[in-house]
Design a protein around this ligand. Structure first.
Ligand code: SF4
Length: 352
């Protein structure tokens, strides 16, 4: 099979089947970049309202560069992987200060921005500027390994490099056959990802409706379920946290996570990681000598391979307590919504 023969049917399929996503209605590199960063590790349907809210509030590089950190992370609250948003603001400031506020237009310039790797650089350059830069994500890997019949793990560096090289050749071929007013680099790269998302799905791919079915090695050889070869996931690790909501006259005590920590800049109620058999009353006595705590709720949440259990206790106090071991602020319950809280603590706040 000549791999280049997949370009024409794929472009034709994309022209008819592309989803109407809000970031596809623009060629503004800033808007494309925001969508690409949000879409990392996050589903399209989750990203849409976040992207729309973000673009209304921070419509361009200058707005993001000049925004307060709390505004930016509040807009990101719930999307997770918060280093992404901190890097975005750093990148916006760099563009404002070193590029006169104009988004870089070449791959090297885009990849020099904090938080931008080979994938995002290629995505911005191809989608916004129609430059023939390849992109490889999980969807592209799945489609190409199946079409070509690559049985080795795509996690192996030489295999992944081969996939990048295939994609590079394909996108250049797509651009070479482009007619006036066509934007084939943008269309081809998005078509590969769209096919992976909608048709060539990880399980039960819809091969009957696939434009590449006649060219697909995995389908011909009945290996669709075994390609791509995926490594086993790392075993999950359980972690237990105990936290306290100290409620004094309608105010609660919150702390900001320090820089360098996971979720830095976000706020949360005081909490500690404890062993599986730790006693909440003992912990409260050691750190918050404030009286009897009652269990408010238990939040189970997963972060990468960690399965976290957060037990939240409520302490009502009539006098403002001295919390010598804690550094934070008292916030009125009515205003807690305005604070960017970590995902688990946002759920706790909703229970209050
Ligand atoms: S024929 Fe099936 S396995 Fe092959 S690319 Fe299409 S959807 Fe994927």
């Amino acid at each position: 099979m000549r791999l280049r023969s997949i370009v024409a049917p794929l472009l034709k399929w994309f022209a008819k089947n592309a989803r109407d996503l809000p970031w596809r209605r623009t060629r503004d590199p800033y808007a494309v970049w925001v969508s690409e960063i949000m879409l990392q590790q996050t589903q399209v349907k989750t990203v849409i309202p976040y992207w729309e809210r973000w673009m209304k509030r921070l419509p361009d590089i200058t707005a993001l560069a000049n925004a307060r950190e709390d505004t930016v992370i509040k807009l990101w609250e719930g999307l997770g992987y918060y280093s992404r948003v901190r890097n975005m603001q750093k990148a916006a400031r760099l563009i404002r200060d070193e590029h006169g506020g104009r988004f870089p237009r070449d791959l090297a310039g885009v990849m020099a921005l904090p938080g931008v790797g080979r994938y995002t650089g290629g995505a911005v350059c191809s989608i916004a500027f129609n430059q023939s830069e390849p992109i490889v994500d999980g969807n592209v890997i799945r489609v190409l390994t199946r079409v070509v019949g690559i049985e080795e793990s795509p996690k192996a560096k030489p295999v992944l490099e081969k996939i990048w090289a295939f994609t590079d050749d394909l996108v250049k071929h797509a651009v070479a056959r482009q007619q006036p007013r066509q934007r084939n680099a943008s269309a081809f790269n998005q078509a590969m990802m769209e096919l992976g998302a909608l048709v060539c799905r990880p399980r039960n791919p819809l091969c009957g409706g696939c434009p590449l079915q006649g060219r697909c090695t995995a389908r011909k050889e009945n290996k669709v379920e075994t390609i791509p070869a995926l490594a086993k996931r790392a075993a999950a690790t359980k972690r237990r946290f105990i936290g306290f909501i100290i409620n004094w006259r309608g105010k609660v005590f919150v702390q900001r996570r320090p820089s360098g920590d996971v979720n830095a800049g976000f706020w949360e109620f005081p909490n500690w990681e404890v062993s599986a058999d730790a006693d909440a009353a003992h912990l409260a006595k050691a750190n918050l000598p404030l009286g009897q705590a009652e269990l408010l709720c238990v939040i189970n949440h997963s972060v990468t391979r960690y399965r976290n259990r957060l037990e939240m206790f409520l302490l009502r106090v009539s006098r403002k307590p001295r919390l010598a071991k804690l550094h934070g602020e008292w916030v009125s319950l009515a205003k807690i919504d305005k604070f960017p809280l970590t995902a688990a603590h946002r759920k706790v706040a909703k229970r209050l």
